[in-house]
Design a protein around this ligand. Structure first.
Ligand SMILES: Nc1ncnc2c1ncn2[C@@H]1O[C@H](COP(=O)(O)OP(=O)(O)OP(=O)(O)O)[C@@H](O)[C@H]1O
Ligand SMILES: [Mg+2]
Length: 371
């Protein structure tokens, strides 16, 4: 190799070295940039993950604290997600709860019942990854239904009241004449024993119709209260005095657990009518040697008075209509007693509830506000 060739080889080598150096510098540059990019991305991902965690924890606490029960159920009935309220219902009603909601597979809102509770369920679909199913949001609307029922009953009572007042008015006038003529006849037939018996039964019938009409008018009249504080025991004692002979006839055990110092703020005459009707009904309901119990307790906002008996009970369907006038199972009943009771309790801004198993007991629970 001559000198010239050697030189160009060296030049080439140096050129190549320079290129290599520049490339290495560029590579280092790019590597540095990549490192910085990666670090930036890592920080962004970390930030996003944090945000995701926060959102997910917010969602989960919203889900857990919501008053509705929420559950997502897959097509093969696996619970994918649920909240506390759902777990509460599930604990209470077990599989019956799941079976009921799984009946609904179309989007929309539905109502269903379990025992005495009513629920509203809103149904939707979900698809997540490869899982498909339904989401259910469920509320217990039993109380709402009770309020609706109460409102319906009040409206019904109002319209019945107007009708009953008209009927009572129409009957009362001719009845007055019948009573007057029958009394005149009775006076004339004083010495005719046979006819006197007949006229006496006319008078008895008139008295009974009059009694019914008084009840109807009582039911239709606006209740005006004259409220004071009374010992409940005094009110109950007065009523029991009046009904004692009926209880004795049937050898009924009357258990009075009213505390001597328990006071209620009420119209005492009207409240006497309440207990008169309730205890009278209980007397009719129990067999000989039956038991009637009355007791009271104080709740946070209410005075609670309970009249219960171990008689024939009232079935569920009958209970729904029990405060509506003229619902009676008795041949000689007017079916007005409890509607009057209801009206008086409502006028006291109170409430009355019935519990019964339909065969062995009935419990009337009165709740009165304290002012
Ligand atoms: N303690 C009870 N146990 C069982 N059934 C009852 C009881 N109280 C009320 N009932 C049922 O409710 C019905 C309605 O009672 P309500 O007092 O309104 O009318 P009634 O007793 O039939 O007639 P009245 O107008 O003479 O009171 C009764 O006929 C009875 O079937
Ligand atoms: Mg009655």
């Amino acid at each position: 190799m001559d000198r010239k060739d050697k030189k160009s080889e060296l030049e080439l080598l140096s050129e190549a070295f320079n290129v290599f150096n520049t490339a290495t510098e560029k590579l280092q540059d790019s590597y540095q940039k990549l490192k910085e990019e990666t670090e930036k991305l890592r920080r962004e991902i970390e930030e996003k993950n944090k945000q995701l965690e926060e959102t997910s924890s917010l969602l989960s606490s919203v889900l857990m604290s919501t008053q509705s029960a929420i559950v997502a159920i897959s097509k093969d009935r696996e619970i994918i997600l649920s909240n506390k309220k759902f777990e509460y219902f599930y604990c209470k009603y077990k599989d019956e709860f799941i079976n009921k909601i799984c009946e609904y597979r179309e989007n929309g809102s539905y109502e269903f019942e379990i025992g005495k509770s009513t629920f509203r369920v809103h149904v939707g679909n979900f698809k997540h990854s490869d899982v498909e199913g339904w989401t259910y949001s469920i509320e217990d609307i039993t109380h709402l239904k009770e309020l609706e029922e109460e409102h319906r009953r009040d409206e019904h009572l109002k319209s019945m009241g107007v009708m009953a007042a008209n009927i009572a008015h129409e009957i009362r006038n001719p009845l007055g004449s019948i009573e007057l003529f029958a009394s005149l006849l009775a006076r004339d037939l004083k010495n005719d024993k046979e006819k006197r018996v007949l006229i006496d039964s006319v008078l008895k019938g008139v008295k009974s119709i009059n009694n019914t009409i008084s009840n109807i008018l009582l039911f239709t009249k606006e209740v005006t209260l004259s409220k004071k504080e009374y010992y409940l025991a005094d009110i109950v004692d007065d009523v029991v005095l009046y009904l004692r002979h009926l209880m004795n006839d049937k050898k009924i055990k009357f258990i009075n657990k009213i505390d001597d110092d328990f006071k209620i703020y009420c119209d005492s005459e009207l409240m006497k009518q309440v207990f008169m009707n309730l205890i009278h009904n209980a007397i009719d309901a129990v067999d000989a040697n039956g038991e009637i119990r009355i007791y009271c307790k104080q709740e946070e906002k209410f005075d609670v008075i309970v009249v219960e008996d171990n008689g024939c009970g009232i079935d569920e369907e009958f209970i729904k209509k029990i405060f509506i006038p003229f619902h009676t199972s008795k041949t000689k009943g007017t079916g007005l007693g409890l509607s009057i009771v209801y009206k008086i309790i409502k006028a006291h801004s109170g409430n009355i509830y019935v519990e019964s198993d339909g065969q062995s007991f009935t419990r009337f629970i009165i709740k009165l506000g304290r002012c």
